[in-house]
Design a protein around this ligand. Structure first.
Ligand code: NI
Length: 180
């Protein structure tokens, strides 16, 4: 397995609309494994293809990405995931994203969703997800349509967050140049 390059805001690749996968083969499975490895290394609970520079409709998630107890991990691979039902009830949850490092904000999501997808072995599946799992899935499936969680924020909250992100990038760049 390999750790893939992670693309961050404002890279245009994060704004592309991804294409449906037509064939689940070993090459795709290898890529899914690499995505999962990248997600664990970067300490995320989900990762979508655009974040590693791919335009395929695939996501990997793990609501319990434990480092200490590897057997507690619950990795899921979803190919062509599609939300086919959403509850009227919504929840607010503080979300972050590996592509917007060091930032977070409260986002409103559907409390429960039903998702249709193709699994690692090419089999059609359906899952009823709620709470944390439902939130992760909505966040990651958004990525496949070029949507970031900041798009769900008010203009004011979004611009505040992006200013903080810019500052974070500047501080990091300064740190790196000081080390040289
Ligand atoms: Ni994200």
């Amino acid at each position: 397995m390999a750790v893939l390059k992670l693309y961050t805001y404002p890279d245009n690749i994060l704004r592309q609309k991804c294409h449906k996968v037509t064939k689940v083969d070993d090459e795709l499975r290898r890529f899914l494994d690499d995505m999962l490895e990248t997600m664990y290394v970067d300490k995320g609970v989900g990762l979508a293809a655009p974040q590693v520079g791919s335009d395929k409709r695939i996501i990997v998630i793990d609501p319990n990405p434990s480092d200490e107890d590897l057997s507690a991990r619950q990795p899921m691979y979803l190919i062509n995931p599609e939300i086919i039902w959403r509850s009227d009830e919504t929840v607010m949850f503080c979300e972050g994203c590996l592509s917007l490092p060091n930032q977070s904000a409260e986002v409103e999501r559907h409390e429960k969703i039903r998702v249709h997808y193709t699994d690692y072995h090419g089999k059609e599946q359906e899952i009823l997800a709620e709470d944390f799992l439902a939130i992760i899935l909505q966040h990651e499936i958004d990525h496949l349509d070029g949507i970031l969680y900041i798009d769900h924020l008010s203009r004011l909250k979004r611009s505040r967050l992006l200013k903080k992100l810019e500052k974070y990038y500047e501080d990091k760049a300064r740190e790196t140049s000081n080390e040289k």
